[in-house]
Design a protein around this ligand. Structure first.
Ligand SMILES: [Zn+2]
Length: 421
């Protein structure tokens, strides 16, 4: 059975992880934020390796970088594979990068084997997934999701890093003007699908002893600010039982909200990430406390149910005299389901190759979330040691990296044989 070239793949993964590598004294890991010198260098390295494999190279008007293995049929649709090469500060070696290098390896393997495909195959490194200048900037452009506001916000942020932005601009057709960025959009009719291999960034696969995760959905997210109102009083003269303490109310909310999630919504997550207390003094009973809360789930329906449960919780907590609350919705992101049929193909490939697999949802956001809005999309996960990610401690066993790349290869072949039939 056809396999990726393991040594070349692992060498490339290891070499690419040196771009942006930080010494221990600077916290370790890699810093390869979008548009930085280090990211531009790793993109260059990607081009060299693609050329070595006799693949074509393309950069679109949103700076998405691709290697291409064309079909003999010029009218064929394009099957995209990929992820991102940018990182968070002090990030790990494989977040995003694995999906890009595995995609390039799959194209290289197929090109070497001179396998003719009924689709154009493209390995893409999406621009700025981590959002240094604009959240999911490249995949948003490719899927036609940019608005005047998102482009303005991107250019405003870019102005903070003029040297990096200028250097990148020179390599991008259209020089990243607002008009040009919009032309990076691809029509759904031109696409045959999208596959993203990624590290799990959580502990589930390792815990279950599985090498492959088949992602069924990418969580949606809502964030709220919950305000608790009480009464400010003298901290020395007001007996405890007569107080309406807004911070105590908020503290109940912060401890009870995760319990409600665990009991009623066991696969979902919730985080209270910040608190603001007024007046914030030792000697004044807090009159007002705002809690920043975000929660994630795989369907809009469940997100709605959680929001209602939080509303009930805040209502119960503030049932006492002089306490009240208000909920202000801040931000929301819809969940994305991965294509059922693509999930089935990935599952079968994992079984055929003998890799133990399980189905799971992704709590983290990925380019696949946006791609799913325009084309049949699948995500393959491999384990993260101890579930660590966005950290220098992020790591994945070599055999799992290779397993992921082989599953990607054979999922491509299966999707191709289906599209031929
Ligand atoms: Zn990522």
């Amino acid at each position: 059975m056809l396999q990726i070239r393991q040594q070349r793949f692992l060498d490339n993964l290891s070499r690419q992880s040196q771009f942006g590598r930080l010494p221990k004294s600077e916290g370790g890991g890699i810093d390869r934020r979008a548009f930085s010198t280090e990211e531009r260098a790793v993109r260059q390295y990607f081009c060299q390796q693609a050329e070595k494999a006799s693949l074509g190279i393309a950069i679109d008007a949103a700076a998405n970088l691709s290697a291409r293995y064309p079909s003999a049929d010029p009218d064929a649709r394009t099957l995209l594979l990929g992820s991102h090469l940018d990182s968070v500060p002090n990030g790990g070696s494989y977040d995003g990068a694995l999906g890009v290098w595995a995609a390039l390896e799959v194209l290289s393997t197929l090109a070497e084997s001179k396998i003719d495909l009924p689709v154009h195959l493209e390995a893409v490194a999406f621009t700025d997934e981590e959002g240094r200048l604009g959240d999911l900037f490249g995949s948003r452009a490719l899927t036609g999701g940019h608005t005047t506001e998102t482009i303005e916000a991107f250019l405003k942020q870019a102005a903070e890093f003029p040297d990096d932005f200028e250097a990148m601009r020179r390599t991008v057709p259209g020089a990243l003007t607002p008009e040009a960025i919009r032309t990076a959009r691809r029509s759904p009719q031109s696409l045959a699908g999208f596959l993203e291999l990624h590290i799990e960034q959580g502990p589930q696969l390792e815990k279950a002893g599985c090498q492959i995760g088949v992602v069924d959905s990418i969580f949606g997210r809502r964030s709220l600010q919950v305000q608790f109102f009480g009464r400010s009083d003298h901290a020395g003269t007001t007996p405890l039982h007569l107080r309406a303490d807004a911070l105590v109310a908020a503290a109940h909310f912060i401890t009870m909200a995760p319990e409600i999630l665990q009991q009623q919504f066991p696969n979902c997550v919730l985080t209270c990430g910040n608190v603001l207390v007024r007046h914030g003094a030792y000697n004044v009973v807090p009159a007002e406390t705002a809690v920043w809360v975000e929660f994630r789930a795989s369907s809009e329906d469940v997100l709605q149910q959680i929001e209602k449960a939080l509303d009930r919780l805040a209502g119960n907590i503030t049932a006492a005299p002089d306490l009240s609350f208000a909920i202000h919705p801040k931000d929301q992101l819809t969940p994305a389901a991965m294509d059922d049929s693509v999930q089935g193909q990935i599952r079968q490939v994992a079984q055929e190759l003998g890799y133990p697999a399980m189905t799971l949802s992704s709590g983290a956001l990925h380019d696949a979330k946006l791609m799913a809005s325009i084309t049949p999309t699948g995500m393959i996960f491999v384990p993260s040691k101890e579930g660590r990610s966005h950290s220098p401690a992020e790591d994945t066993e070599s055999e799992d990296l290779v397993a992921g790349a082989n599953v990607l290869l054979h999922t491509v072949l299966r999707l191709c044989s289906r599209s031929k039939a």
